[in-house]
Design a protein around this ligand. Structure first.
Ligand SMILES: *Cc1c(COP(=O)(O)O)cnc(C)c1O
Length: 445
């Protein structure tokens, strides 16, 4: 529901940045609250991340058995860390400015099974739920080989239970694939943004897909209500889930290994700056919290949102978190970046990162497509629009004055800039080709 003009005027008077946001401009917001507090409120501890990682390891034999694409990695769902030198050269020419330090991309668009960052959180929560059910019913112990979960008997057991989730597409895909592989009755409530091919893929696996002509918050609400009325049904709640957050955070332990393999350091003299696409906040929040716990205090981060879906920026800036939606600020929720098409942030992520996050910036859809086209052409990496939201981060950090204010010349020269690519490898070829064409047209205009 859109608020009255009076209320929007009131918000604008208090937070003038809203005027530019409402006008469709790209903005960069720096988090002043960070400098006012040294206390971190990150809701997870290192031991919990390690516990989650151990759970994923237990499930690896099962995942390897049911998802052939994970066999090469023995059922471990992980993505590569890529150096994107050609893209770096393009970005520097395009923005007529050098990136200080190195530029890497964490390629979560290549995560198997789900083809997006949702393979981390979504799969984790489903697996954890399945483990708990099986253990409670005396069918599994943590010492056993979990490939037994792929048996007929276990599928029959899980088929007595339901899973449900509300999604703009990718979370539904990850939960649907994992739920179906275990044998759960799985229902995905899809918002209007969800792409046809994601629904098709799920239906082919026997997942029930319910479509809404409404935004993401509504799909979640309906899904939550329906699930509560269904016996033995478990709802995966993207707006509130701590398990999703924890699943995302395990990325940090994996990244630490990849940094070690490459001889990359993170310490006072070698800061790490991470740029994360943000929808409801679970994925970027969980990853950032994980990085802080695993690498320590010399990790900095910016979240990136579409110009027309800046729910996290609004929630953090106003301190209203999930009590404000983009529509309340006179912003019409609309973006081709379906993974980020969220009008209201998670109930806890904003509060959890408020003392640690460095800032949030917004980016236009045209810019996302321009980068999408160049990333495909120069690096041969095929990303969906959402996944490019962070790519401009190093320039935003610099132009906003943040970089010079927080890091010395030497620290900047030694910094690793890490853009997190969050999805795209499962996009059907024709659709990807059309998006690349659009991006190349925008660039040559
Ligand atoms: C879901 C998603 C994000 C953001 O995750 P949130 O938890 O919604 O903030 C980013 N990119 C892609 C491709 C996604 O699907």
């Amino acid at each position: 529901m859109t608020k009255g003009k009076q209320e929007v005027d009131h918000l604008e008077a208090r937070w003038p940045l809203i005027t530019a946001m409402k006008g469709g401009q790209e903005v960069t917001w720096l988090n002043e609250q960070k400098s006012m507090s040294t206390e971190d409120q990150l809701p997870i501890q290192l031991e919990e991340i390690e516990d989650a990682e151990a759970r994923l390891r237990r499930f690896a034999p099962f995942l390897g058995a049911v998802f052939p694409e994970t066999r090469d990695s023995a059922g471990v769902i992980e993505s590569p860390l890529l150096e994107i030198g050609r893209m770096k050269a393009f970005l520097e020419a395009y923005h007529q400015e050098k990136i200080e330090g190195q530029l890497y991309m964490k390629a979560d668009h290549l995560l198997p099974v789900a083809g997006s960052v949702k393979a981390r959180g979504g799969m984790y929560e489903v697996l954890k739920h399945a483990e708990q059910l099986a253990i409670e019913n005396g069918l599994l112990s943590t010492e056993e080989d979990y490939s037994k979960l792929a048996s007929k008997e276990m599928r029959k057991f899980f088929s007595r239970y339901s899973l449900a989730v509300g999604s703009t597409g990718n979370l539904g895909l990850s939960i649907g694939m994992t739920g179906a592989a275990l044998g759960f009755q799985t229902t995905v409530h899809m918002s209007i943004d969800a792409k046809e091919w994601k629904k098709r893929r799920l239906r082919e696996r026997g997942v029930q897909v319910i479509e809404y002509a409404d935004d993401y918050s509504r799909a979640v609400e309906e899904g939550r209500t329906l699930s509560a009325q269904t016996k033995n049904s478990f709802f995966i709640d993207d707006e509130h889930s701590r398990e999703l957050f924890l699943g995302y955070s395990t990325a940090a332990l994996r990244l630490k290994e990849q940094f070690q393999e490459r001889g990359l350091l993170v310490d006072k003299d070698h800061p790490l700056i991470v740029y994360l696409p943000c929808g409801v906040g679970g994925a970027p929040g969980g990853i950032f919290a994980g990085l802080k716990r695993v690498f320590g205090e010399h990790v900095y981060s910016f979240f990136a949102e579409p110009v027309q879906a800046p729910c996290m920026l609004l929630g953090l800036m106003t301190g209203l978190h999930d009590r404000i939606a983009v529509q309340d600020a006179g912003i019409h929720l609309a973006t081709e970046a379906d993974g980020l098409a969220v009008g209201r942030a998670s109930s806890f992520v904003g509060r959890a990162v408020a003392n640690d996050l460095d800032g949030v910036f917004t980016i236009s859809d045209d810019q996302l497509f321009t980068y999408l086209g160049q990333m495909a052409k120069l690096e041969g990496e095929y990303l969906e629009p959402s996944a490019l939201a962070g790519v401009e981060g190093p320039f935003r950090a610099k132009r906003s004055g943040w970089l010079e204010r927080h890091l010395t010349d030497e620290q900047r020269a030694n910094a690793v800039n890490l853009v997190w690519s969050t999805g795209g490898s499962l996009v059907p070829q024709e659709e990807m080709a059309a998006m690349i064409r659009k991006g190349e047209q925008l660039f040559s205009q």
